[in-house]
Design a binder for this molecule. Structure first.
Ligand code: ADE
Length: 229
């Protein structure tokens, strides 16, 4: 999978890209990540990317020409233009289902906003897939883009050691339940014991117990996932 991240703050990604799962995935060439500085497409000598909104109002907007031209040029590089994602609180909400959909693309181009947002013509011209990571306002799209990258690369074949583990996570699988509780050594800690059934070696019983736990947890904590709030 190829990811191109377009941002005014490329340095924000350096620590993140150099860590753990993503670092390994890049080293093993399962994922290619390019971070591109939007400001390189600024046209004036001050390298200005933003300006005040027509009609007044607070804050600054990213101007359409440098953003559109950057996206077009980056999408023109390499084989396919890929799937363009704009990170914005006005997008459809990122869920595991949306993550699975995004992971189906060979290439994603992630466009991060800053300030109060983009001149709307960016959206009108490029028709991006607008994605929000939740109903709150971030300082910019960078943390949202990292969230997309983090969630998507786990689904790239070979990135997780154990292929099963991503399928068993909360929100995964056909039912989209919360994951059951889990235990490891020691068998007893501060008077709390590991449930007997998990030590029984009876795989059928363990599976049944886990499913019951999953359903119970989901009902208690996230009834909305069961569709009966
Ligand atoms: N930019 C600012 N807030 C955001 C959010 N919640 N999701 C995606 N991009 C954003």
């Amino acid at each position: 999978m190829r990811l191109d991240i377009l941002t005014l703050f490329p340095e924000m990604f350096s620590g993140y890209l150099g860590q753990s799962l993503l670092k390994l995935a890049i080293e093993r060439q399962l994922v290619e990540v390019n971070v591109i500085n939007l400001r390189d497409w600024a046209t004036d000598r001050h390298r200005q990317m933003d300006d005040r909104p027509f009609g007044g109002g607070p804050g600054m907007l990213l101007m359409a020409p440098p953003v559109v031209e950057c996206v077009e040029e980056v999408q023109g590089r390499g084989g396919s233009p890929g799937h363009l994602v704009m990170l914005t609180p006005q997008g459809r909400k990122l869920t595991q289902q949306v993550v699975e959909e995004l992971a189906g693309h060979e290439r994603l181009v992630l466009l991060c906003g800053r300030y109060e947002g983009f001149d709307d013509r960016v959206r009108q011209i490029l028709a991006p897939d607008e994605i929000s990571i939740g109903d709150y306002i971030l300082g910019g799209g960078e943390v949202a883009a990292m969230t997309v990258v983090d969630t998507v690369i786990r689904l790239v074949p070979g990135v997780l050691g154990d292929e099963m583990s991503s399928r068993q996570d909360s929100f995964s699988g056909p039912e989209r339940l919360l994951e059951h509780e889990q235990y490891t050594r020691p068998r007893e800690y501060r008077g709390l014991s590991v449930p007997e059934v998990l030590l029984s070696g009876n795989h059928q019983e363990i599976a049944a117990w886990r499913r019951k736990q999953s359903l119970e947890r989901t009902r208690q904590r996230r009834a909305d996932l069961l569709g009966d709030e």
